[in-house]
Design a protein around this ligand. Sequence first.
Ligand SMILES: [Zn+2]
Length: 122
Amino acid sequence: MNQANKPENEQPPCTRREVALLAQLQEIELVIEESNILHPENSERRLESLRLQRQELRRNLPSAWLERYDKLREQGAPVVKEASGICTGCRLRVPQGDLQRMRNGSAPWLCPNCSRFILLSE
Ligand SMILES: [Zn+2]
């Protein structure tokens, strides 16, 4: 029939899988960017393979998170890590309750302070 039964605020998952893919994407995009600026000697073939990897990663990510990623990227690194309960992006402590909800998949992996994607430690 239609999609009226779908909850309005339903969001695609954003847990370890998605954030790990976004972290890979960030790394590849940095290399591509650096190649343009610092290493123009990098072969076109290598750049081409990086661009393909980037395309592949983007294809595997929900568009809602990609949009957020692209917006954050304008201001710096969109994906950061958590270490000993601290976000390495904003250096603030992530509340234990938030960490727990993220780990059990009931909250998206976003830093509650700086709202970057946060990759939790194992
Ligand atoms: Zn943060």
